[in-house]
Design a protein around this ligand. Structure first.
Ligand SMILES: [Zn+2]
Ligand SMILES: [Zn+2]
Length: 386
């Protein structure tokens, strides 16, 4: 099984940390931070004093992705090679998740603002922390499916207007409704760097890329559709982040039948390097048709201690022709057999607060995944274009 190489043995991996002094400093801060995390009782204690002097304003040409712990919510932060920030979902309300996002953004990623917030869908574990975050740091443009007058799950919930009020009224610089097939307007990477793009593959059950655009006869032979999902999960914004040949897929909580449409009748995305497992790893999502097509090398569960990382999904990933290396934000308390190796789990304890990090080299030829809480780090080669 192709799993990548250890840093000490591989020339590409060594080059990751030797391309510039600034990057070395930033990387050193990360590892120092990882050391601190082993003894910190709660996620960010210790980082506040350690990181800012090294990281603030750093534009090192790397693509960084952080999975922040929102206890089974969505909260993935992307820092582009051009130094812009994209938060995909903002966790739950209540102060905990917005505080964790703000702390990581400012002290680890060196950010003073969120340039783009992508809200994949209007479930509270994805939009709930956004109004609080907007009070903690400026948010540029919000990208979502628009805010419907009635609850998007179709339940005619009379509390919907009150539930969405904070999100509707939060102070942001602009709002845009996602159109499938379009891309975010971003600063490019440096002139000598590979191309960087963030594209919306799907939204509201509509598709927009079809990069391969050919009939997918093999994948369409074995569909097992489920009853139509009338929840807002099916409307999830599906985002593809590409840096050179590196590809990262974040599908929010997109569910089974819409996942099938990403593959059949035509392939919308094709193979990726890194897959944020859909819907926290619940088995209402993660249709094997899609898993086979994405064929990820690394899979990340943004699960909670008792939510997501379902045994059926873990098994489906392990059953792929080349099983991905799996990372988890939380240890699954209920189903020990679904868990990956302990060193690849950010939070062994339900209280959580610790994150996972991924950093793509400026030449987009390799990326490092780190688990600061356990000291794990591993360098993977970027796979070729599909
Ligand atoms: Zn969710
Ligand atoms: Zn959802």
């Amino acid at each position: 099984m192709a799993m990548g190489w250890d840093d000490a043995q591989h020339p590409v991996a060594r080059s990751v940390s030797s391309h510039s002094d600034a990057a070395d400093l930033r990387q050193a801060a990360r590892w120092a931070h990882a050391d601190g995390m082993r003894t910190a009782a709660w996620g960010f204690v210790g980082t506040v004093l350690l990181a800012p002097a090294l990281l603030a304003g750093a534009k090192d040409g790397r693509l960084d992705i952080y999975w922040i712990d929102s206890q089974g919510g969505g909260s993935t932060l992307v820092v582009t090679p051009g130094g812009e920030s994209i938060l995909i979902d903002a966790g739950n309300p209540g102060g905990r998740d917005s505080g964790r996002i703000h702390a990581l953004a400012t002290t680890v990623a060196g950010l003073s603002r969120i340039d783009h917030l992508i809200t994949t869908h209007l479930h509270v574990d994805h939009y709930g922390g956004a109004p609080e975050l907007a009070a903690l740091m400026p948010i540029g443009t919000v990208h979502d499916n628009g805010i419907p007058a009635e609850d998007p799950d179709g339940n005619h919930d009379p509390t919907w207007p009150a539930r969405i009020k904070g999100y509707r009224e939060m102070k942001v610089e602009a709002r845009e409704v996602v159109r499938p097939g379009t891309r975010l307007a971003l600063k490019s990477a440096k002139d000598d760097q590979p191309k960087f793009t963030v594209r919306f593959v799907a939204a509201r059950g509509e598709y927009g890329l079809a990069t391969l655009g050919v009939a997918n006869i093999v994948a369409c032979q074995d569909p097992h559709p489920r009853p139509i999902d009338t929840s807002d999960n099916a409307n999830s914004v599906v985002t593809l982040v590409e840096f050179g040949a590196f590809r990262f897929f974040d599908g929010g909580d997109v569910t089974w039948n819409v996942e099938a449409g990403l593959v059949c009748p035509v392939t919308q995305v094709g193979p990726v390097d890194v897959f944020q497992v859909n819907h926290h790893g619940l088995d209402a999502s993660n249709n094997p048709m899609l898993l086979r097509s994405l064929a990820p090398r690394v899979a990340v569960f943004n699960n909670g201690p008792t939510k997501g990382c379902a045994p059926a999904v873990a098994l489906a990933l392990r059953g792929l022709p080349e099983p991905p290396v799996v990372y988890q934000v939380h240890r699954n308390k209920n189903d020990a057999g679904a868990n990956t190796e302990a060193e690849k789990i950010a939070n062994p304890d339900p209280e959580g607060g610790r994150y996972l990090a991924l950093s793509v080299a400026p030449d987009a030829r390799s990326y490092v995944v780190t688990v600061p809480a356990t000291g794990h780090r591993f360098t993977y080669p970027v796979r070729g274009q599909p």
